[in-house]
Ligand binder design. Structure first.
Ligand code: ADE
Ligand code: ZN
Length: 355
């Protein structure tokens, strides 16, 4: 079976049922909503137009991105603000074929400026529940600790989150990796695991010590997934270990092209073709101008991916998602049905069932 000649790859990629596993809710703050929330909360912004806001998106690396990302968050104050942010994202996610989202949020970016944890979690949770009811998207939350704050503050945040445990699927680690290795948070992640949370950590692209940090998250922390992490290609033995464990890598090609000089398509596609469980996500789509379906298209165009390889990426997104085996199998069956209806051959090894 070959793909039809008049095949529309963009439409196929957008319609493909997919899980989004690497998405920072605070990274979905579009300038229009930023202005609306600033007006509602009586906050004066230095930029007066959407164009002026976008002109500040001049990133050369992770640090220069974070320097724009955190100050923008001051418009987020009430539970309603957090709800509106997440809801606006979920509406966009629906258009991009997302049927399941495990979404990061950064409570310390808010509690550190005096916004109660309760405002953050109740607002986000209300949007997640609404997404299931009104959009048919299952939406879950992953609490990320900011690695440039102390381990003590991370532990205090974990304690503050425990009353809301039923609303939080896992914990992650993000922000500036420089001088903030995974081992700094070993005790926090051990406690989170004991509390029943899934674990993931950012291993950002081309950091000083990237490969050592990847080794530590695999060997010392024992994460269930890695965010970015494609520098693993520097150590074939670690690639073999990740493959054997079926570990998911939540890659973000368009984000990579903003914080480094390229999408890292060779690394992502090399791992995909080696059978490592990589998939494609959007990271901070309001800042990088591409939601998840757009990332599938960008990678496909850059690397010459076949529609069948896009199917494999979508399958991987569910294989790496923190779902029950029955739900995972149902989502993978929906992909199979979608691809077959569009005349797209399934991956050669067949759609792999979860381990
Ligand atoms: N916070 C938001 N996006 C991030 C990224 N890609 N890496 C680290 N921290 C982040
Ligand atoms: Zn990220």
């Amino acid at each position: 079976m070959t793909t039809p000649v008049d095949f529309d790859l963009t439409a196929f990629a957008h319609g493909l049922p997919k899980a989004e596993l690497h998405l920072h809710l605070e990274g979905t703050l579009e300038p229009e909503l930023k202005f609306a929330l600033a007006a509602r909360n009586g906050i004066e912004l230095p930029e007066k137009t959407v164009e002026e806001v976008r002109a500040t998106y001049d990133f050369t690396d992770l640090t220069s991105f974070l320097a724009v990302y955190y100050p923008a968050m001051r418009v987020l104050q009430t539970a309603e603000d957090f709800h509106d942010l997440a809801w606006a994202y979920l509406l966009k996610a629906k258009e991009q074929g997302v049927v399941h989202a495990e979404m990061f949020f950064d409570p310390q970016a808010h509690t550190s400026r005096g916004v109660p944890f309760e405002n953050v979690i109740t607002g986000y949770r209300r949007a997640a529940v609404r997404a299931q009811d009104e959009l048919g998207i299952s939406a879950e939350l992953i609490l990320c600790f900011l690695r440039d704050f102390s381990a003590e503050y991370a532990m205090a945040t974990l304690m503050e989150a425990l009353p809301y445990k039923a609303w939080i699927l896992g914990v992650g680690l993000d922000s500036d990796e420089r001088d903030n290795p995974p081992t700094k948070f070993a005790a926090v992640f051990a406690r989170a695991k004991a509390e029943g949370f899934f674990l993931t950590m950012h291993c950002d692209i081309d950091q000083v010590g990237s490969i050592d940090n990847i080794r530590a998250v695999l060997e010392d922390i024992g994460v269930d997934r890695i965010d970015h992490g494609t520098n693993i290609v520097e150590d074939p033995a670690l690639v073999a270990l990740a493959k054997e464990r079926g570990l998911g890598f939540t890659t973000c090609p368009v984000s990579n092209s903003f914080v480094t000089e390229q999408m890292k398509a060779d690394e992502i596609v090399g791992l995909l073709r080696e059978g490592v469980r990589v998939m494609v996500n959007s990271d901070d789509p309001a800042y990088f101008g591409a939601y998840v379906g757009d990332n599938y298209v960008a990678l496909a165009e850059q690397a010459g991916l076949t529609p069948t390889e896009l199917v494999q990426l979508a399958v991987n997104s569910f294989e790496a998602a923190w779902l029950t085996p029955a739900r995972r199998a149902a989502y993978i069956a929906a992909i199979e049905e979608y691809a077959t209806a569009q005349g797209v051959p399934l991956p050669a090894q067949g759609v792999r069932l979860p381990a």
